[in-house]
Write a protein that binds this ligand. Sequence first.
Ligand code: B4P
Length: 183
Amino acid sequence: MKQRLLFLGPPGAGKGTQAALLAERHQLLHLSTGDLLRAEVKAGTPLGLEAEAVMARGELVSDELVLAIVRSRLEKHQGGWLLDGFPRNLAQAEALEALLADLDQRIEQVVLLELEDGVLIQRLLSRGRADDNEEVIRNRLVVYQEQTAPLIDHYRQLGLLRRVEASGTVEEISARIVTGLVD
Ligand code: B4P
């Protein structure tokens, strides 16, 4: 089974949900930049203070901050990993490729979770996190289209992209993802 994975998709597509499940079942390191940033905010670190206002607007936190977080975790880790919510733009994708070249590792598959906007918005509104009100969600969708969606073509050209329909139950979606990892 493929063991070095990226999860890509719009906010609310279920990246975090699916990544946590897969990481637990297959003993992969689960690196969610969203979770790591929220932990910094909660702990009130200088990094968290910088990230808090940006996240509350639904914008992207600076590439330098996010990269420092990812680098420190991946450098220490042996074995499989799953990056959830990172990279979020082309600059982060290029920085990740350079980091992985340093570590003599490579991405084995990019899982793109696809779901229509109406369902995304409903899921996020029912979750109700601090950045889950309708205005901020709409901004996150715009940021996704402008900055993150170009990565779809980037990874398609590299032959790494696997599209997964992200509607249905958590188990149904998980089964679709796993099928793609063993093909
Ligand atoms: P993230 O934490 O990455 O969160 P997300 O994209 O909003 O959600 P995700 O797709 O993981 O959905 P989830 O499983 O939670 O980003 C938050 C913010 O952090 C960004 O806006 C940005 O500011 C910052 N950030 C993160 N990474 C960054 C980076 N690399 N660079 C810069 N900034 C960065 O699911 C959503 C909801 O749906 C949950 O309530 C879940 O229970 C529900 N759900 C999941 N699957 C379902 C299903 N099958 N059916 C019904 N509900 C389901």
